[in-house]
Design a protein around this ligand. Sequence first.
Ligand code: DGT
Ligand code: CA
Ligand code: CA
Length: 587
Amino acid sequence: MKNQEIAQIFYEIAAYLAMEEVPFKPQAYERAALSLETLPEDVEKIYKDGGKPAIEKIPGVGKSIAEKIIEYLKTGKIKEHRDFKKKMPVNVEELTAIEGVGPKMVRNLWKYLKIKDIKALEAAALAGKIRKLPNFREKTEKNILQGIEFLKRGQGRFLLGDILPQVREIVEGLKTMKEIDKISPAGSVRRMKETIGDIDILITLKNKTNADKIMNYFTSLPGIVKVWGKGSTKSSIRIRQGFDVDLRVVPKESFGSALQYFTGSKEHNIATRKIAMNKGLKLNEYGVFRKKKKIFTQTEEKVYKTLGFEYIEPELRENQGEIEAAIQGRLPKIVGYDDIRGDLHCHSEWDGGENPIPEIAKAAQEMGYEYIGISDHTKFLRIEHGLNEGQLSQQRKEINKLNFQFFRTEAGSRCDGTIFNFQILQGCEANILADGSIDIKDDALAKLDYVIAGIHSQMKMPKEKMTERIIRAMKNPNVDIIAHPTGRILQKRDEYQIDFDKILKVAKETKTILEINANPQRLDLNDKNIRRAKESGVKIAINTDAHHIDHLRFMEFGIAQARRGWAEKRDIINAQPLEKLLKFFKK
Ligand code: DGT
Ligand code: CA
Ligand code: CA
């Protein structure tokens, strides 16, 4: 599929256009890129089947962008992009990956210092050259160095959100091969860890077949830049985006043991093996052995059973007490991927999100949800078109109208005598200002179904002040949920300095819910904090923070994180039916 390649180029064109301060066009290219990225069908196939008109029907793709897509499909390049690159041969993607570095800064860095990439930028910053540029300050220079340091720490690892769709594509491709009997991803991908080092896939073969055809296919997948090795039991490749995939063929009778071994984590394996040894058993990727005798382990369930404990879900396998819990039969019944009944953090067209409310409601219904919460930004965030009190009350009218028009049912009754088969809720994502106050008046907040509050400014406060700031927000009786409570952006920005124990204590007292922001760049709360919240009796909401209906699918990543944090259905408020949810908001 060329979808990702074209999306990547469009992002770059958008950045170049932004550098030249061309209005509107950058956003148009970004929209098209986003749409291509999440498009399930292959653009090349769309073009083959339907020509230019079909390309123009892709959401976010207009006439001129369609021409660019076709140009790429036909020639393998886009001239506009090439021209930009010639004029300013900078690695935009690399540079803008640094927190705080945007297209305009990239242009100035090139203009004054001919900086092309991170290496040159780091050298210039270390030499104190950045602070001397017009409109740059010493602080900018310091932030740039911090940002680079952060990127380096995350290097060689990839976001699960970028990896998982690719793993699924590779697995689906392999599944079409008739020689394959069983197939499963293993490693950190199967444990749904938020960042991934490399991808591990296991297969078994049907009787009387060998792996030749499969390995030929695997080592010639589109987008491969390197074949590290090709053999009859293992092959390794590198995909263009820079990550490696290992494919292993394992014997049928030890599929369970192999899957258990290669799923890891390594720490979980080591601890498991110790327990096996204490029982006089030997455990490795080929099976479980008593003396020299092999016990057949076609499934993982059998492996764990042979060791004498309950099956442990992959997301729990980090040697964080799950083995002890399994032995004692007190593993949590972690929330399931189908348990979520609605998403409470979605941005609509009202604050510059992509979709009008009816489209969001329709998409949510198609996902099988019972409710959807619209929570647009509020007025302090001007760049996000934040809503003021008056606009919130206008929006309420639209939502009420939609609910009564489309979702009212005749049967039964609830409080005011109406019941809905689906309901749109009105929330907002208000801003916690520097002093902990909220940027919307209390009487306007009180009219909403619920209020999410989050920090979107001044993130580098000292620990005590930041903790007090969030606590004051939680003590506002109108605030129900704290959005992305620690503020981290994976591989870009650290958590803010906060005393999380204090926050948990006040959250419990004030019945404030903490969010797991399911956006794969955030996953905030992280697994460890989720577990602490659960153990403190603090409720959790899993929200996607969608700015486009395609983002609603991020829910899966939030659920995975909840599972890794041992959260159960009862800990998650949006795994509850609407009545219970509304009652919780009233408290
Ligand atoms: P990653 O790729 O860094 O995100 O993390 P994993 O967990 O996928 O690690 P990887 O790809 O190095 O290895 C896959 C699994 O194989 C790992 O989760 C557990 C198992 N494994 C690898 N090396 C060892 C080892 O030295 N000892 C044990 N017991 N297991 C290992
Ligand atoms: Ca791996
Ligand atoms: Ca590996």
